[in-house]
Design a protein around this ligand. Structure first.
Ligand SMILES: Nc1ncnc2c1ncn2[C@@H]1O[C@H](COP(=O)(O)OP(=O)(O)O)[C@@H](O)[C@H]1O
Ligand SMILES: [Mg+2]
Length: 380
């Protein structure tokens, strides 16, 4: 897949990586806007071999306790091969080699087993040592936490659990304060030791809001918003894909039509263009919209039977269908609504259901995608 555009975001992220680490960075935006693609493009094509990237993927993991977290961030395997890391010298070997993106933090198997028994701080200590060692080898470490949502699962079940949020819930239950410890560690890596860049990718806007409004993280976290493409760029993206995938040009009418259905969502535009190679464009668009409308209808139908509750600062608040309909009603005429125009428990619920997306920096809410927006306009 060829990479398209994102010049502004690339410039911004490279400028951050060029400086010494000083903040935790949240790279956030709606689902399927292109965050993972962007970061992978940068680390594969834009970084010189002065950097060492540690890529941590929370995708398939449900983090509910320390053990899950440790399993998610460490690896006992050598890159690309099934062979296990035997000792520390092999770890150092991995750190010094080439440009290299390392999936997970390399650790010998014995040491990993020890960490399961130990306190979480010992895991952080090990990680800290690896990063110091990396720096000693003359490389600048970057840690990337990617919360890659499972697209299929999310379509099947709108309330798919979101991993980073799972960690937050443990915190809410007061079990282990794992999230707090993770952030303390990341603050130490950035603001205090200036040791490693930390980039957290997420579509979970409630999580971003939580971090944004958490006093103790103020002044320690910065945000880079990776939104769906705006209209001008979306139309260019269609040209770009049509040339590559269809070997033909799209007419202006075709592009306007696609935009009216899916807006500037990279993944949706991509799916439409691919299908258009062997199907009628209008049929492809209608099919995609119908899918979204069905999901929306089922969601609203279910509200006749269930009494959902959301957790606001530890207190469970009930949400009723009438409030939800009133909130969705606001989107019939506009794409963007001010945060204050919808009661908090209602927007929290709609975000959990992946219907709305919140931008805490701008204090606005919008549908997760144009498709969702179009479904709201049809159904509500
Ligand atoms: N800049 C881009 N160039 C080409 N394709 C892109 C770009 N950004 C996103 N895409 C397409 O959109 C899909 C979803 O992007 P992804 O990075 O997985 O989204 P996110 O991580 O924000 O959920 C990708 O698989 C790719 O097909
Ligand atoms: Mg992603």
């Amino acid at each position: 897949m060829k990479f398209f555009n994102r010049e502004k975001e690339i410039f911004e992220i490279l400028s951050v990586l060029d400086e010494e680490p000083n903040n935790i960075y949240f790279i956030y935006g709606p689902i399927n806007s292109g965050k993972t693609t962007l970061i992978n493009h940068i680390i594969n094509n834009k970084l010189n071999d002065g950097y060492k990237v540690f890529y941590i993927n929370f995708r398939t993991l449900l983090i509910s306790e320390k053990k899950d977290f440790i399993e998610a961030i460490f690896t006992t395997k050598k890159e690309g091969i099934l062979e296990k890391i035997k000792d520390k010298s092999e770890v150092i070997n991995i750190l010094t080699k080439g440009v290299g993106i390392v999936t997970g933090i390399p650790i010998p198997e014995v040491e990993l087993n020890n960490l399961f028994e130990a306190r979480i701080n010992d895991a952080f200590q090990y990680l800290n040592d690896v990063l110091l060692e990396t720096k000693k080898c003359g490389k600048r470490p970057i840690i990337i936490f990617d919360v890659l949502e499972n697209f299929v699962f999310q379509n099947l079940c709108r309330s798919a659990p979101k991993n980073l949020q799972m960690i937050k819930e443990i915190t809410a239950n007061g079990q282990k304060y794992l999230l707090k410890e993770i952030f303390q560690f990341l603050v130490s890596l950035t603001k205090e030791q200036h040791l490693a860049h930390c980039l957290c990718l997420t579509s979970d806007s409630l999580f971003v809001e939580y971090v944004y409004n958490t006093g103790e993280l103020r002044g320690r976290v910065e945000y880079i918003f990776v939104d769906d493409f705006d209209k001008e760029i979306a139309l260019k993206f269609m040209d770009f894909l049509a040339e590559e995938k269809l070997n033909r040009k799209l007419s202006n009418d075709e592009k306007e039509l696609i935009y009216s259905y899916v807006g500037g969502k990279a993944k949706d535009i991509y799916d439409i263009i691919i299908k258009t190679a062997h199907k009628n464009l209008r049929d492809v668009l209608e099919e995609k919209l119908l899918n979204e409308v069905n999901i929306m209808e089922e969601f609203l139908r279910d509200l006749n039977y269930i009494k959902p509750e959301v957790n606001i600062r530890g207190q469970m608040i009930e949400v009723n269908k009438k409030e939800i309909m009133e909130a969705l009603e606001l989107f019939k005429k506009k794409y963007v609504v001010k945060l204050h125009d919808i009661p908090k428990h209602v927007y929290v619920y709609l975000i959990n259901e992946n219907i709305l997306f919140l931008n805490p920096q701008k204090g606005i809410l919008k549908p997760q995608s144009f498709l969702v927006w179009n479904a709201i306009k049809k159904v509500v």
